[in-house]
Ligand binder design. Structure first.
Ligand SMILES: Cc1ncc(COP(=O)(O)O)c(C=O)c1O
Length: 380
């Protein structure tokens, strides 16, 4: 199979990741922070080292600012539901994933003022509009989808920072950025950063990260309360980090796998990873660009995009194109709305959606070429 659904979840996983997950399952007989026997101490060490690993990777000053979650969805829910109260205003982009958009819809019903800053047809924020909204609405939170899972559009974060007022905090959804672009929180305007472990970071599904600036932790209510292994005498949730947001037995195999995935990313190097993936996207685009029945969406200047390409074939629904790619050519892609109806409204592909090809480090040149040839055959 030619697997070009890397934006959904990366495949294959590096051997080191599989090994780290298996090692934890085979050799670590305990739950971190829950006991003092040798197995539990070994589990605590795995958890601590993984937290340090993630903190170093994103440039967090203190690893307790790294919260392990079940994915980007949970990380985003913690911030949106825990930080925003009735009467607060939040501004998000019109390219958001449903992990944000559905959460905001629910919050709107609870009295949060939800606004969307418009993006253009390539998915880029219209910065003048954003500035105007921030100036007139003075939002408590600005939520930016750094890389679109539909078009690969990279928002210009450095240009957005100066537009953010002093009273506005910044949440970045980096689900499609982690492992593709550098992420640096310490000297940035980012207050909250959410990402998945199983996409560009090559970890297993079911693990993700929330980074939150230490000073803001007390202003965010936990999404869940429960056992943390700490302060068990108290019926109140601990206030200190990371325990405030990490109730329940942690997903240690997943977390160990994520740490191994980050090691892998650093071994290859972000620049090399990104260059390889985008080179494949470019070759694919080059081959299909002039076909009269294929329409390509997203940034024309591909330097401003990751290796995610959305297309449509005139006269064929995306699901039919994806079905034929799968059955006739053994090419795996994702059709439809990609859990991002707002993004499709923005780029003009709602409600039918697009066919999304997403390339990864383990894809090879001939796979990008074969996928392009298959698409051309279907379109011709
Ligand atoms: C932009 C974006 N945000 C959030 C998510 C949610 O990530 P997860 O499913 O890992 O929780 C995704 C997943 O596709 C995504 O692409």
């Amino acid at each position: 199979m030619i697997y070009l659904d890397q934006a959904a979840t990366s495949f294959p996983k590096p051997g080191e990741v599989v090994e780290a997950v298996a090692h934890t399952l085979r050799n670590i007989p305990g739950s971190p922070g829950r006991s003092a026997h040798k197995g539990a101490l070994a589990a605590s060490r795995v958890l601590f080292e993984a937290r340090e690993r993630v903190a170093a990777f994103i440039g967090a000053e203190d690893s307790s600012e790294v919260i392990f979650t079940s994915g980007a969805t949970e990380a985003l829910n913690i911030v949106l539901k825990g930080f925003l109260k009735s009467g607060d205003t939040v501004v998000a982009t019109s390219m958001e994933h449903n992990a944000v958009a559905r959460t905001l819809k629910a919050l709107r019903q609870q009295g949060v003022n939800v606004l969307y800053a418009p993006c253009d047809q390539e998915g880029f924020l219209i910065l003048e509009e954003l500035e105007k909204i921030i100036r007139t609405e003075n939002p408590k939170l600005l939520c930016i989808n750094l890389v679109s899972n539909v078009t690969g559009t990279i928002q210009p974060l450095a240009e957005i920072y100066p537009l953010k007022g002093e009273n506005t905090y910044l949440l970045v959804d980096a689900a499609q950025a982690a492992g593709h672009l550098p992420l640096e929180v310490a000297n940035s305007a980012i207050d909250f950063l959410a990402f998945s472990g199983h996409k560009g970071l090559f970890g297993p599904p079911g693990v993700g990260v929330l980074y939150l600036r230490r000073e803001l932790a007390s202003q965010v209510s936990p999404l869940k309360e429960g056992g943390t292994g700490s302060r068990s005498e108290s019926l109140f949730q601990p206030e200190f980090l990371p325990d405030r947001f990490e109730s329940g037995t942690p997903n240690l195999p997943g977390i160990a796998g994520l740490a191994a995935g980050i090691d892998f990313v650093e071994k290859i190097g972000l620049t090399r990873l990104h260059r390889h993936e985008t080179a494949l996207a470019d070759i694919f685009l080059e081959k299909i660009r002039d076909h009269p029945r294929i329409k390509i969406y997203g940034p024309k200047d591909r330097v401003r995009a990751t290796a995610i390409v959305s297309v449509n074939v005139e006269g064929l629904p995306p699901s039919e194109v994806a079905r034929r790619l799968d059955i006739e050519f053994d090419v795996a892609v994702r059709p439809g709305l990609h859990c991002a109806p707002l993004a499709h409204q923005t780029i003009g592909t709602y409600p039918q959606g697009t066919v999304r090809f997403s390339f990864g480090y383990f894809n090879r040149l001939h796979e990008a070429e074969k996928a392009a040839e298959a698409l051309i055959k279907i379109a011709s």
